[in-house]
Design a protein around this ligand. Structure first.
Ligand SMILES: *Cc1c(COP(=O)(O)O)cnc(C)c1O
Length: 444
């Protein structure tokens, strides 16, 4: 009996199809799976598994493609990389070198983005609950813009900025009340989500902001969700935003900019995805002729497909008629399948394995949770112990969401760039798991 989740709407893509759709990956008869010019077996031999591996070439290429699509649509738009998708300093450095700014959602991300070389003036501070110390840090650093999500936050920011003798450039994040048609845990633009300012109260709050000390309202921001595959929700949300800009201007307010958010999806399972050109087209059709400075804030689209999680099989076991491949990677490393029911392509690293006949199996981690399952009923060849697998499209919301649950150290991270590769984060030593802990002295 197949598990319900294993009943495919369309057949799963084959290993060959998964690799062909990712230009930075290729299968070599002798060396096995390559990322750019680097055999993943060489990486695993040296750093072990589980290990995150990310392609610098892919990230550079995606950033350039997005910028080119915006340029071709003649949109004066900056790309602000959403740091939360992957906040590694090397990734941030690639973004800085490629001319991107950043969208950050915490004081820690702000410090990271600046350490990565992104100019504070090109950093936007977003988030539904910025603490006082974070707002102070942002103003001290001179961030380009704070996206304010509530009247309460606006009052708080005004007080802090005024006391510091600073002006905060503010965009109001509106909730356009559109359904992005994505997973419930990553939709953010519906009226019943916690995000943003209700559409109906945005105009009065904007006027109020203009009169507050320390606050300069410069525009509007929105972000309707993540892994969005169709343009319809974007168009609807941007059209509502354009209406609001017109209303605000008609009432005498100055609106210089709109921050169009992120959320552009990627093709985890070969599903049809929206192109950056279509995204730029949706912005152009709705906001393009309004004399606005624009910004986009993609995270996943820039880095998601660039990364993978390299894992080895610990053992293969059969229970009844189900075959389980137990990996050395787990939900504490890559949480997306457990958290979002996410589908990730899983490909053998060995060309010999990849060419053998396949049969359905469940691919799981060793953590003591049934949710620690990467895939159900997935077609895989018979695998020996220590056979290596690559879990694809793990570059976004991968390592950043890792935990040390079950006292499992954070996996190593590796960056590939052409024929070169480098460990960009060492595997966490076991001892560091408890290094900050103390047992109260009076226990003795
Ligand atoms: C998460 C987030 C993004 C990026 O979302 P992606 O789906 O990774 O593109 C952009 N803007 C804001 C405000 C966010 O919270």
């Amino acid at each position: 009996m197949p598990h319900p989740a294993a009943v495919p709407h369309d057949p799963d893509p084959t290993f060959g199809e998964l690799i062909a759709a990712r230009p930075h990956l290729s299968m070599h008869a002798m060396d096995g799976l390559l990322m750019e010019g680097v055999p993943l077996n060489a990486v695993a031999d040296e750093v072990g598994t589980p290990a995150w591996v990310i392609s610098a070439g892919s990230i550079r290429g995606r950033l350039r493609a997005l910028q080119a699509a915006l340029d071709e649509a003649a949109l004066p738009a900056r790309v602000h990389y959403a740091v939360k998708a992957n906040d590694h300093l090397a990734v941030l450095r690639l973004m800085a070198l490629g001319g991107a700014g950043a969208d950050v959602v915490s004081g820690g991300e702000l410090r990271r983005a600046m350490l990565g070389g992104i100019d504070a003036g090109h950093i936007v501070f977003s988030g539904v609950g910025k603490a006082e110390w974070e707002l102070r840090l942002a103003l001290e650093a001179g961030v380009g813009q704070v996206n304010v999500e509530s009247a309460e936050e606006l009052a708080m920011l005004s007080g802090i900025a005024h006391a510091m003798g600073r002006m905060a450039r503010v965009a109001l994040r509106i909730n356009p009340d559109v359904d992005a048609g994505t997973h419930a845990k990553i939709t953010t633009g519906r009226a019943d989500n916690k995000f943003g300012i209700a559409y109906g109260s945005a105009a009065s709050l904007y006027a109020h902001a203009a009169g507050l000390p320390g606050i300069e309202p410069v525009g509007l921001a929105l972000h309707i969700g993540s892994q969005i595959l169709s343009m319809a929700p974007y168009r609807a949300a941007y059209a509502r935003t354009a209406d609001l800009v017109r209303d605000l201007r008609a009432s005498g307010q100055s609106v210089r900019m709109v921050d169009c958010g992120g959320g552009l999806g990627i093709g985890y399972r070969g599903e049809p995805v929206a192109s950056p050109a279509a995204f730029a087209g949706a912005i152009r059709a709705t906001l393009g002729s309004m004399e606005l400075e624009l910004a986009v804030e993609p995270g996943r689209w820039l880095v998601g497909s660039a990364g993978l999680l390299l894992a080895s099989s610990v053992l293969v076991k059969s229970t009844g008629d189900r075959r389980f491949v137990v990996l050395d990677a787990a939900m504490n490393d890559l949480l997306r399948p457990a958290m979002y029911d996410a589908w990730h392509g899983i490909v053998p690293v060995s060309a010999v394995d990849a060419a053998r006949p396949v049969a359905p199996c469940d691919i799981v981690g060793p953590v003591c949770e049934s949710g620690d399952t990467f895939a159900r009923g997935r077609a895989l060849p018979p695998l020996a112990r220590n056979a290596r697998l690559a879990i694809l499209d793990a570059g976004a919301y991968g390592s950043v969401m890792s935990s040390t649950y079950n006292a499992r150290p954070l996996a190593a991270e590796v960056l590939v760039d052409g024929d070169r590769w480098s460990v960009i984060r060492a595997r966490q030593p076991l001892e560091s798991l408890w290094a900050g802990e103390t047992v109260p002295g009076w226990f003795e």
